[in-house]
Design a protein. Structure first.
Length: 130
């Protein structure tokens, strides 16, 4: 049987890589201009490029935080709240710019479930034996 740690560690790396790729490649390097368009729709065109870069940098910091293993439970909850909030705003204000349209909500929910499962099930500490 595969131990939880053998699943949890690669899954944490996958989650961190997801944040890094979306932050660095999609937003900072602007390889996916749709992200800037979404920011422009929600926050206005004037500073959309610099705000997109700032959001991308925050996502890179999230990836580093995940890999640091500091306050992992708080980190998982923060990720879930950020993903849910971000996707709810995009769903309402820019549904036509979403990669999978209305299906984005399903993918966001699946990512939240994976993050919470990874932290609160796979990373749980065994009960101390007395």
């Amino acid at each position: 049987m595969i131990s939880n740690k053998k699943i949890q560690q690669p899954l944490s790396f996958f989650i961190a890589a997801t944040w890094f790729v979306n932050g660095f490649f999609c937003k900072v390097l602007n390889l996916v201009p749709r992200h800037r368009q979404i920011v422009a729709r929600i926050l206005g065109e004037d500073h959309s490029r610099s705000l997109t870069i700032a959001i991308g940098c925050a996502e890179i910091i999230m990836a580093i935080w995940i890999l640091s293993r500091i306050k992992t439970r708080f980190n998982a909850i923060a990720q879930a709240v950020i993903i849910a909030t971000m996707n709810a705003i995009e769903f309402v204000m820019a549904p036509d710019l979403l990669l999978w349209g209305m299906w984005n909500a399903i993918f966001a929910l699946l990512l939240i479930i994976i993050i919470l499962y990874n932290e609160f099930y796979l990373n749980r500490q065994p009960a101390a034996q007395t």
